[in-house]
Ligand binder design. Sequence first.
Ligand code: NI
Length: 133
Amino acid sequence: MVYITRKEHFNAAHKLNCLQWSDAQNEKEFGKCANANWHGHNYDLWVTVKGEPDPNTGFIINTQLLSKIVKGVITEKLDHRNLNLDIDLGGLQPSSENLAIWIWNTLRPHIPVGELHSIKLQETENIYVEYFG
Ligand code: NI
């Protein structure tokens, strides 16, 4: 089994808050991510597909095709959007954790060969999440 990863990028805005909490409690839990007037992140996204190399191409999946799929299904829907208002996360917080799960569930049916192995989503220089399904 071999693993291949394609990296993509998008920028998006969000706000983390619990409506039933006070402003002070939201700020304590979420820090700058609770800012009432939104804020943005520069997200890096790594999509890893696993499989066996094709005998003719040597590829698990053509990375140009994988990039086209990830852009079409994920990053073009998220880039320069408001994750609270423009994306249906089922009422969950637009945290990197929940976003990685949404990306996995949205992307997985579109992977034509091999198998989706992981989603890695980096929100800041110091924080990233990984999801393996
Ligand atoms: Ni944030």
